[in-house]
Design a binder for this molecule. Structure first.
Ligand SMILES: Nc1nc2c(c(=O)[nH]1)N[C@H]1C(S)=C(S)[C@@H](COP(=O)(O)O)O[C@H]1N2
Ligand SMILES: [Mo]
Length: 428
């Protein structure tokens, strides 16, 4: 496909033009506020009561931000990717939260009146909760990302299949989740002393299950019924799901119906597909990955977009880590020769997206822009070479789809050519 054809023009925003116009637009002191008076007039109709039909609102019909099916879709899965190229702030709208279902069925339709959560196994008091009973318990609301292990794994080593940030990083999203801490539920049930793991099970046709170490679950895992101010969406696990802050996607068991407390991991069929042979373990399989390492990506400008002219652009992107809070994001606009600190949007939440900003004046020459982040543990996001070494692959020769059980957290470079076209430059 011709990269030109699908390019999205970024709004012109050369600093000089901005300064010239901002005098005339006193009070509208934002780059994005610079628009022609004509355009503003034709868009400023306020609907009156008769034309108001959006009792549950939808975005403006001028917006066309949608999820898309993953180009490296596994045949047994249903995956839809979040469009990060147009994202602002740190919350993914629920309607754009990525979706990963381990069988190809549509999300199940579960009646919350009929649904129950069973807690049993090595506990003093087995418990069954209705959804109303869960909502009577002390609740927490927290902002956390969910990221699939398959995020940033490119198809068959052919990374040219990934053009946009939606394709490279679309299997991650960040919501405010509301629900009951797993620790609250397990204390209520009373853990016996042999209790070492829990098995969380979903009610969907794919029978998703996951073995989870009890320390992880007791730390900050949640049984969530709320997402971004309303009920968890059907795609995300309605009526309840596990939220496993900072962990691999599969820990976040949706349509949760059962927590069994046990003394060892079960390694059930649904978990087994996530165990992959690793060269640096002599081809042995690493059964479990736990937390995500620090990771970041520039979302704007990013692959498929186009800078219409040289001038001022604010680079922005997202950083996150399973290790806790993001402490630092650095940006390079010269292919990694020099790095400067980006500004972080406050407050920075733990195990959540962190929005960063970096002022840049593009001189019209070819440029490679990229970001790297550091979390509160002092862990730093890896370059492709460092990543290859860490996981035991020859740098440059990684076939992410076939070879690795790794959770890919490599630095993502975008190349801006002299025409202003932005392309994925990870393997070039
Ligand atoms: N019940 C159930 N839970 C599940 C899955 C599933 O297929 N069924 N998929 C898992 C995977 S692989 C991921 S990455 C996350 C994705 O969560 P999301 O679809 O809400 O983005 O859910 C996990 N929980
Ligand atoms: Mo996943």
């Amino acid at each position: 496909m011709d990269a030109n054809e699908k390019s999205t023009e970024l709004k012109p925003s050369s600093r000089r033009r901005f300064l010239r116009q901002s005098a005339a637009l006193a009070g509208l002191a934002t780059v994005g506020g610079v628009r022609s008076a004509h355009a503003q007039k034709s868009e400023s109709r306020v609907p009156d009561e008769r034309s108001f039909s959006s009792f549950y609102g939808v975005p403006s019909h001028f917006e066309n931000n949608v999820r898309e099916i993953a180009p490296n879709q596994y045949p047994h899965m249903l995956s839809a990717l979040t469009p990060h190229q147009d994202s602002v702030g740190i919350i993914t709208p629920s309607a754009l939260h990525f979706l990963n279902l381990r069988n190809h069925d549509a999300p199940p339709s579960i009646d919350p009146q009929q649904h129950r959560l069973l807690i049993h196994g090595l506990v003093d008091r087995p418990l069954i909760y209705t959804m109303d009973e869960l909502k009577r318990l002390p609740a927490v609301s927290r902002v956390h990302f969910i990221e699939c292990r398959g995020n940033t794994i490119w198809p068959g080593g052919n990374h040219s299949g990934f053009r946009t940030v939606q394709e490279t990083h679309g299997k991650m999203s960040c919501s405010e989740w509301t629900g009951v801490l797993v620790s609250t539920l397990l204390r209520e049930a009373g853990l016996q002393k042999e209790a070492k793991w829990i098995i969380a099970e979903g009610a969907d046709a794919g029978h998703h299950v996951k073995s989870i170490p009890i320390e992880m679950a007791m730390d900050d895992f949640m049984v969530a019924y709320g997402q971004n101010g309303e009920a968890v969406r059907p795609e995300q696990g309605y009526p309840i799901r596990m939220v496993a802050p900072g962990s691999v996607g599969i820990f976040n068991v949706k349509y949760l119906r059962r927590i069994k407390v046990v003394d060892q991991p079960y390694m059930l069929a649904a978990e087994n597909t996530y165990a992959d042979a690793r060269p640096n373990l002599q081809g042995k399989r690493l059964w479990f990955n736990f937390y995500w390492q620090p990771k970041s990506v520039i979302t704007r400008p990013s692959g498929g977009q186009r800078l219409p002219s040289p001038g001022f652009y604010q680079i922005t992107g997202l950083a996150w880590s399973g290790g806790g809070v993001i402490r630092k994001v650095e940006v390079s606009t010269d292919a990694g020769k020099t790095w400067k600190d980006a500004r972080l949007q406050e407050p920075v939440h733990s195990k959540a997206f962190c929005r960063f900003f970096f002022d840049w004046t593009w001189d019209g020459q070819e440029a490679v822009i990229q970001s790297r982040c550091t979390d509160e543990q002092g862990d730093v996001q890896k370059s492709l070479d460092e990543f290859g070494e860490l996981w035991g692959y020859k740098p440059g020769s990684i076939d992410m789809n076939r070879d690795t059980g790794a959770m890919v957290n490599v630095i993502q470079p975008w190349k801006v050519d002299r025409e202003g076209r932005v392309e994925n430059a990870l393997l070039t």
